[in-house]
Design a protein around this ligand. Structure first.
Ligand code: SAH
Ligand code: SF4
Length: 420
């Protein structure tokens, strides 16, 4: 638990604790609420559509509802519970980090990254994180608490509204199903990265008006908050609502094996990324304490069950730390592990259906770690490729505003961490 709440937070919590938060309610629960208010069942569907298709952020704009119901929603319910504290912008406006204050004073961050052909939101699932990975800013905060389903969903809605507001688009549906993704309207003139190192960006014309991708790679460990997180996935995926395609969503886990097993059985086929970061138990346990509970054998065993059962490729994330895990011999050990040469029992010699994403470490103040130099990153990648392991290097966004992977720590000028 954090420090005691200040008076402002305490008063706010007391005032709001009995008020239903609509983003926390699945459609049947919304129907129940409306039934309790004496409203016909179809009103719940209208409100649901307003929330997730029209992206309404104020009951007053739900003009297909009777005025009395709009008033009641305004006075007796809340849409969400995230208070936007500030938005920081980098990469010529193409990366935005929002800092939200929660009802109890905790803070979480959400990052929106806009590319020429897609827009990705990076969503948090916990305030802080209890996993203690030594290279991660969120891990240094410790776990404050799990986010509710509504708090997770609301982050995606914020990103969608940002995109829609800027593009000047109408309020049509957010996105369509998996098969029709990527065909969105966009006219860009983007001069970034012309190859000569020029960083000038000039974005002309209409921007993407839809969210195309969502990654659960913000603050926290999604599988440590599995039920609420999965309810958020279901809500965001619902074709009658937000309608985000399953293959547009990716969850990243530190390697909680029970979570991988549960995901294997889920019927919504979202993508799975696993944070690996080391090819041996010894090193992995040093960097990621969770490895003592779920060592590599067990983790890779569950991963194999996942790929065999679902037929889907997993992505392994590997943060490169200068002199710690970025030697060519470590790349070789990793390649052997993933190609099945060091796999136990029946898996020996069977390559894992996977892809490796190398992430040059993003600086976290107060650590004695270093970011691998570019040549070392490329040398590491070469070893993996030569061994037949598909491997890419992640292009980072938002380092200047501490919005890149592992830099989210919820630090705000107006909300000191001591308050939570
Ligand atoms: N808890 C989950 C998801 C959030 S972290 C997980 O650990 O997978 C998202 C990704 O950022 C993970 O792969 C994590 O290892 C990586 N990461 C953490 N700190 C980082 C840093 N300082 N630089 C680069 N990547 C980092
Ligand atoms: Fe938590 Fe992921 Fe950071 Fe590890 S890397 S401390 S699991 S957020």
């Amino acid at each position: 638990m954090g420090a005691p709440l200040c008076f402002r937070c305490w008063w706010y919590t007391l005032r709001t604790m009995n008020t239903p938060v609509l983003y926390n309610l699945a459609l049947p629960e919304l129907e129940e609420l409306l039934r309790g208010w004496g409203e016909p069942a179809f009103r719940a569907k209208q409100i649901y559509r307003q929330l997730y298709v029209k992206l309404a952020d104020d009951p007053a704009t739900m003009t297909d509802l009777p005025a009395a119901l709009r008033d009641r929603l305004s006075s007796e319910a809340r849409l969400g519970s995230l208070a936007l504290d500030r938005v920081q912008v980098a990469d010529d406006g193409l990366t935005r980090k929002a800092l939200f204050r929660l009802d109890d004073g905790a803070v979480v961050e959400t990052v929106l990254m806009i590319y020429p052909d897609r827009a990705t939101v990076c969503v948090s699932t916990q305030a802080g994180c209890g996993m203690g990975c030594v290279f991660c800013a969120t891990g240094r905060m410790g776990l404050l608490r799990n986010l509710s389903t509504g708090e997770i969903v609301e982050q995606a809605l914020w990103a969608s509204r940002e995109l829609r507001r800027e593009s000047g688009a109408d309020d049509g549906p957010q996105t369509t199903d998996d098969s029709s993704r990527g065909g969105d309207e966009r006219w860009w003139s983007d001069e970034r990265d012309s190859g000569s190192g020029g960083r000038r960006s000039s974005v002309v014309g209409r921007r993407l008006s839809r969210l195309t991708n969502l990654v659960f790679m913000g603050m926290g460990e999604p599988f440590a908050n599995y039920d609420r997180w999965w309810a958020a996935v279901e809500r965001l995926h619902d074709p009658a609502g937000f309608n985000l395609g399953a293959r547009s969503m990716t969850v990243s886990t530190v390697g909680l094996v029970p979570g991988i097993r549960r995901l294997t059985e889920q019927r919504i086929p979202i993508n799975l990324a696993i944070s690996l970061h080391a090819p041996t138990d010894e090193l992995r346990s040093e960097l990621m304490p969770v490895n003592r509970k779920f060592p590599l054998d067990e983790l890779l065993g569950a991963t194999r069950e996942y790929t065999e059962h679902t037929g889907r490729r997993v992505s392994f994330e590997y943060v490169l730390l200068q002199g710690r895990n970025d030697h060519p011999h470590q790349a070789l050990a990793l390649a052997k592990l993933l190609r099945g040469h060091d796999a136990p029992g029946r898996h020996r010699g069977v390559p894992l259906l996977c892809h490796v994403n190398l992430i040059p470490w993003n600086p976290v103040p107060g650590t004695a770690l270093g970011r691998s130099e570019r040549e070392r990153v490329l040398a590491f990648q070469r070893v993996l490729l030569d061994y037949g392991v598909i491997c890419t290097v992640r292009v980072e966004r938002g380092v200047a505003i501490a919005a890149a992977c592992g830099q989210l720590a919820g630090v705000s000028e107006t909300i000191p961490l001591a308050m939570v």
